[in-house]
Design a protein around this ligand. Structure first.
Ligand code: SF4
Length: 321
């Protein structure tokens, strides 16, 4: 069983999933979001994967199920759930139970409550380990931190905590010019190297594989384990596609002001409508706080972004002040 998951909205508490980061195969459906187009292509073409799980959180995601309709591979689409109250938890708990049953039927396996509780314990521990590193981001290389996360998340869950705690990340000498990264999953790590080489120090982010992952409340075990998972999933920083931009904006601004951030780098995908809406309110807030802002738009997950010039100009503006 090897399942490719799109987006951080997909839970890992029921079974292992690999997170989709990038794919360089054919791009058959690449007019709107290149991220979704590359995801569909990888599920179809990469024989290592026998399943796909993805949300229905935006127009691009909405169509995935019809492109992946086949009897050969497992395919499950999560509905988009907004809110963080009793109704939302109950609804999401039902979805999680349905997801578990779909997995059991397709793979002819049994997933017990004990299996799920064991995974919950590991996921809670993983978040604690990552949080320890995240709290020290201003003193370490963010490029190395994010490279480590991408490597760790591709391991089976039971190996992840050990891998994080044994990872050594170099200290950096650059401690000024603090910047913050906003965006969907980061497919191109080279851009982080460029940012650090320009003398900027990345001190925080709201990416699904880092800041958002850590911001979720730990799952507390209860009689209804699926409801407990649902509560955790709907806590913390959300994606702008989860229909609650106020919550994410507020949490980001708290972090940005407490870390004395002077610039924000917004990494978006081409034609991404949830991030486009979000970007306008985000920029307005940053303007009020006199924090500099730059947007870098990606065409797909493997494009070699030619952001050198814009990033250099942005870095010069920050370093000059
Ligand atoms: S990057 Fe934007 S358009 Fe693409 S899947 Fe995510 S929310 Fe949807």
């Amino acid at each position: 069983m090897k399942i490719l998951a799109l987006s951080g909205i997909i839970p890992e508490h029921i079974c292992d999933v690999d997170r989709f980061f990038a794919y360089a195969g054919d791009k058959k459906i690449n007019h709107y979001c290149g991220y979704v187009a590359d995801y569909i292509c990888q599920v179809e073409q990469d024989d290592r994967y026998d399943g796909a799980v993805y949300p229905k959180s935006c127009d691009s995601c909405r169509v995935i199920s019809s492109y992946l309709r086949s009897d050969d591979k497992f395919s499950y689409q999560f509905p988009s759930i907004s809110g963080n109250d009793e109704n939302a938890w109950d609804f999401l708990a039902c979805v999680l139970k349905d997801y578990k049953s779909a997995l059991e039927n397709f793979y002819e396996i049994e997933i017990s409550v004990a299996d799920v509780e064991n995974r919950i314990e590991i996921i809670n521990k993983r978040a604690k380990e990552l949080e320890k590193i995240y709290e020290n981001l201003e003193n370490i290389s963010y490029f190395e931190y994010m490279t480590m996360i991408h490597q760790v998340l591709s391991l089976p869950l039971e190996e992840q905590v050990g891998a994080i705690s044994s990872f050594e990340i170099n200290d950096i000498s650059q401690k000024d010019n603090s910047v913050f990264i906003v965006g969907s999953t980061l497919s191109q790590l080279n851009i982080l190297q460029q940012i650090e080489d320009l003398g900027l120090n990345i001190v925080g982010d709201s990416l699904p594989e880092s800041g958002r992952l850590i911001s979720k409340e730990p799952v507390t075990l209860s009689d209804d384990v699926y409801k407990s998972i649902a509560k955790s999933m709907l806590s913390g920083k959300k994606s702008p596609s989860e229909n609650d931009f106020h919550q994410m904006l507020e949490l980001d601004m708290e972090e940005i002001t407490s870390k004395k951030v002077v610039g924000v780098i917004f990494l978006t995908q081409k034609y991404c409508e949830p991030y486009n809406f979000y970007k306008s309110v985000y920029k307005k807030k940053l303007d009020e706080l006199c924090i500099k802002y730059i947007e870098i738009e990606q065409k797909d997950t493997v494009e070699d972004i030619r952001a050198d010039v814009v990033l250099e100009t942005f870095a010069e503006m920050i370093v000059r002040n």
